[in-house]
Design a protein around this ligand. Structure first.
Ligand SMILES: [Cu+2]
Length: 462
């Protein structure tokens, strides 16, 4: 074990805070539980910000400590992409070429992975490509997939959980003509909601203090703001929802029980809209959701909640202004069928908190090879310590069955996925075919403490 590994294990073993350089007393609301920490309700709400948008060609993507305001006016220390928390939202189209240079202004190795984007090994930002402090890494890749919401975040060996928790994460939106043709709500009526949780040290800075069940923050944060509120017009909104938490699934519902219409997930549009009153979103998963506020009267408010944490995530307040009407068509996208083997080609058991098929990740070990262009059936199983959101780099997949545990698939798990939630005692089968690139990729648990502790394997598409 070299000294770098030893240092990482030390980092991993204890709480990591970002120092007291920006010392400012934590607010009374925080110290006394406020509304965010203790359940429904609350007093102070702050405007929901929307991250800045950047194009495919961005000269630099800087990772560095920064001071940010989470809405309550305090200056708090985080790790940020280009000084922003969350990082800027990339917006690009199918066929565009993404170019940027990542610059590591952190005190530890990092690399940025484009979760959900189909890119070659050199651009995938996996743990084999990490760079040291002060180094940079040039990315250049075409967008070869359809529209959808993706997720960029660090992926260095054993440090992903810490760096994401301390603030490095952002959204990457791909658009295409198929999506354009639907005429979905846009402009102010299309709003990203990047969900996560957070804890703070005594100076109010972001704190990484995972426990045996992973990092569970005391407060929800949406788009980098505590207790955000959004004034909404009487119309339909399109929310692009990303679960950017380390270890917390969100069970989403509106406070008045109203329906939400899910039109897309990790891999873009669903075949057809799915109407729900609640939806469980695992770490790393995304949703494209329409919410109809046409019946919300002026100054009336409802919230988007996490039922499990008993948190109000975002408060929506009726503006009284007219918005847009929108009803999705019954067919959103013609998604080609994918047929494959009836029996599993490979089985992956997610064991304990740090192993797949009994082994912890070794960056120097190749765990398996996959033939290019061949449809395989992969089976994911676990004996416990779930939820394990299983994420595969290099291809999207179709979820075909879930047995044990919840014992069913959900409508929002249709279409194409890159992350699927594996619950206790569950067995989930997916059909997957690597047809974008040959090369080295990883499969891992997106409970980021599990990943950082070794619940990951290397494979090569050949
Ligand atoms: Cu896991």
């Amino acid at each position: 074990m070299n000294s770098q590994w030893t240092r990482r294990e030390v980092l991993r073993a204890g709480a990591v805070a970002l120092g007291a350089a920006a010392a400012s007393p934590i607010s009374n609301a925080m110290m006394h539980g406020g509304a965010s920490g203790g359940g429904w309700g609350g007093e102070d709400w702050y405007p929901l910000p929307v991250p800045d948008e950047v194009p495919a060609n961005l000269p630099y993507l800087d990772c560095a400590p920064a001071l940010v305001n989470l809405g309550d006016g305090q200056s708090r220390r985080v790790l940020a992409y280009n000084g922003q928390f969350p990082g800027p939202t990339w917006v690009a189209r199918t066929g565009d070429t993404v170019t940027t240079t990542l610059r590591n202004g952190l005190a530890s190795p990092t690399i940025t992975h484009w979760h959900g984007l189909l890119v070659d090994f050199a651009n995938d930002g996996g743990p084999l490509l990490e760079i040291e402090p002060g180094e940079s890494y040039a990315y250049s890749f075409p967008i070869v997939q359809r529209a959808g919401l993706n997720f960029y975040h660090p992926h260095p060996h054993m440090l992903t959980g810490e760096q994401v928790c301390l603030g490095l994460a952002g959204a990457f939106i791909v658009r295409d003509s198929e999506e354009d043709a639907l005429g979905l709500p846009s402009g102010p009526y299309e709003v990203p909601l990047i969900l996560r949780d957070a804890s703070f040290d005594s100076a109010g800075n972001l704190l990484y203090n995972p426990t045996m069940s992973g990092f569970k923050g005391k407060f929800p944060i949406v788009n980098g703001t505590l207790k955000p509120m959004l004034n909404v017009d009487r119309g339909v909104y399109r929310f692009r929802v990303l679960n950017g938490a380390n270890a917390r699934p969100f069970r989403l519902a509106m406070s008045n029980g109203m329906a939400m219409t899910i039109i897309g997930n990790d891999g873009g549009l669903l075949p057809s809209p799915v109407t729900v009153t609640e939806v469980l979103l695992g770490m790393g998963e995304r949703l494209d959701v329409l919410v109809d506020f046409r019946s919300l009267s002026t100054a009336q408010s409802i919230t988007l909640r996490c039922l499990d944490a008993r948190w109000d995530l975002v408060k929506f307040v009726g503006s009284g202004q007219a918005g847009v009407s929108y009803s999705p068509p019954s067919v959103l996208s013609n998604i080609a069928a994918l047929s494959g083997p009836a029996q599993p080609t490979r089985t992956f058991t997610f064991d304990g908190m740090s192993r797949i098929n009994g082994q912890q990740y070794d960056p120097n070990r190749l765990d398996f090879t996959v033939p290019f262009g061949v449809t395989e059936r992969w089976r994911f199983k676990t004996g416990g310590n779930a939820p394990h959101p299983v994420h595969v780099h290099g291809a999207h997949f179709k979820v075909v069955s879930r047995t044990g545990g919840r014992g069913r698939l959900y409508g929002w798990e249709g279409g194409w996925k890159d992350t699927v939630l594996l619950g206790d005692r569950e067995t989930v089968d997916v059909l997957i075919r690597f047809e974008a690139y040959r090369g080295a990729y990883v499969i891992h648990c997106h409970q980021l403490e599990h990943e950082s502790m070794g619940m990951m394997q290397n494979f090569r598409v050949v």
